[in-house]
Design a protein around this ligand. Sequence first.
Ligand code: SME
Length: 152
Amino acid sequence: MEQLFSSVYQKFCELKFKNGNLGSLLSQTAELLHSEISHYDWVGFYILDSQNDMLVLGPYTGAPTEHTHIPIGKGICGQVAENKKTMVVQDVSQQDNYLACSLDVQSEIVVPVLKNGLFVAEIDIDSHAHAPFKIEDEMFLMAISDQLAELF
Ligand code: SME
């Protein structure tokens, strides 16, 4: 598994090197993570709209979601925007402050993108597996988040 993460991270770095445009890098990153990591069933980015205290859905792969705009503090995504800390939810049925996208989703990890300590966006991953996320997922996604932060 660790080898998978390091090879996907390498591919991500190549995409970043070739791609100066943030929007297309986010789309390609969502595609990459979704296609290479089997327990990542929905991969997307929410971007902060600071004027409206709202998260706005950016590029994603997986089933369409009704949650295109999420107020800060609402759901797992909104909590991460508020607290600026990664949330790993191994069983979404145990989370009270949760916005359901599909009945297939069993678990979720959300990692903030921080630019000079300020929240600017987040990586959101849903899984159809129960409790699939390990510390390696967190480390991998935090490394990607750090790279993306440079482009915001
Ligand atoms: N489940 C998220 C909402 C976004 S979807 O996962 C795409 C939440 O509780 O914030």
